[in-house]
Design a protein. Sequence first.
Lengths: 338, 222
Amino acid sequence: MRTYLLRHVQVLIASVGQLSRTPGSTLMSVGVIGITLALPSLLYLLLVNAEKVGNAWHPGTHISLFLDLGVDAERAQSLLERLRRREETQQVRMISADRALQEFKELSGFGEALDALPHNPLPTLLVVTPERAFEHPDELQRLVSEFGALPGVELAQLDMEWVQRFHVTLRLARRAALVLSVLLALAVLLTVSNTIRLAILNRRDEIEIIQLFGGTDRFIQRPFLYSGMLQGFFGAGTAILLIVACLQVLRSPIRQLADLYGSVFQIAGLRVHEALALVAIGIGLGWLASRWSVRRHLHRMFPSAEPYSPTKAGTFAHISTLRHRVLKLRRSDKRRNR
Amino acid sequence: MIRFSQVSKRYPNGHEALKRISFTLEREQMAFLVGHSGAGKSTLLRLVTLIERSTHGQIVVNNKNLTKLRRRQIPFFRRQVGVIFQDHKLLHDRTVFDNVALPLVVAGVGHRELGRRVRAALDKVGLLGKERLYPITLSGGEQQRVGIARAVVNRPPLVLADEPTGNLDAELSDEIMDLFHQFNQYGVTVMIATHERRHIQRLGKRVIELKNGELMSAGDQN
């Protein structure tokens, strides 16, 4: 067991050496991996920040409670107090029936016609602004049905459109980011597998010798797996540096913009666990790519040997001899025709 | 140790390198495989080490039926066979020590045991002081002896050599052949492909002769 672990450490160190011996191609592939990983990460940060901006700047969701016509000012006031005490509400405002009528008269231009009515047809209205924490569409829906069931409330209505649109847009953007991430992950796979392919071709003789002296495929692929994982690791490191640099470049103009809007918005950066996840993804992709590449090339370069199958080998030999004969016949035919 | 029964090797282009070869090499025997170039000597050795598969017949080496051995089992089979090549096949970016240690590293032998065995093998071929050198700094005969040390470091019961003295002068090649003779006296089965009849006369061992892929004579069984 100790020998085995020691071997792994040795192989790891040897792989670092191998990579540093071809600094040009290593740097190039690490750079490509870095950029490829940085792109979806930046997109992810953009989404995180968009969400933050959305939450900070949206005008607030309201739930309108239309009270029963029979509810007088005193009961409306007590209902208002009750709602204010609830943890879900941030602010509750009352628009009395009289004020509503007043406003309606002024704004609609039906003033005199409304004067003809025997009594005020408008209900008292309570406008509830929920707390931020309860702004998720499901939560809002729950509040609406709960408030609607309160005694004295005729109808509870939510101005949901804005919230829904915002959330749907974000979901769409997330989906797009996911698709893009998958494509870019494929790009990383191709990059790493290409460098590994070159490494395998470079060390063809060595691989052959190791095979002749009893090296298993697993033994042979080990240094390449490490090399792939190292490339992924350094690629992810490069990506993190790129992201930090990008954020640094954007930070001051964003602050200026936020100042202009009178906001204290601060751009959200890469958190530690996100950076670690990026590194893990880099290593994982490197491993996957090199494994895929090594498998493919070991079988292609050294096909020595699938067990002999008489039908297969027989058929191939047969076909090729047949082909030879046919070609010979054709040639002699041509000669005769001349 | 090696048993061929009606073995043929036909390449996809229709060329038949070996035609219905049958012979047996007993344990602890030593034999020379002779014939002109193109007679099929190398092909025969390639079949024994499973670098290639036969297209017909049965080969049993060290009690293993090679026709039934799967790809996954080949490495473990090869650890039982030491091979020596005319072109040495050494790793030129590794020291003599690392080259000889390769079969042990591949088999996962521990660090201390590895050093001991590598030095023993190098001692046997007379290269003990040169373990830190790179193969390129050694003479042709010394390089071949590194190859021999590598082939026997694992103490395999069977050693195969393909033209091991091909590029060496008479004196050096005699030394190399004497080494193989010594291994044989320690109980190792040895098969050497060569076109130099001189060694055969000098050591007087069994001769297996190939001509155009056919077995001309399988020599004296004893």
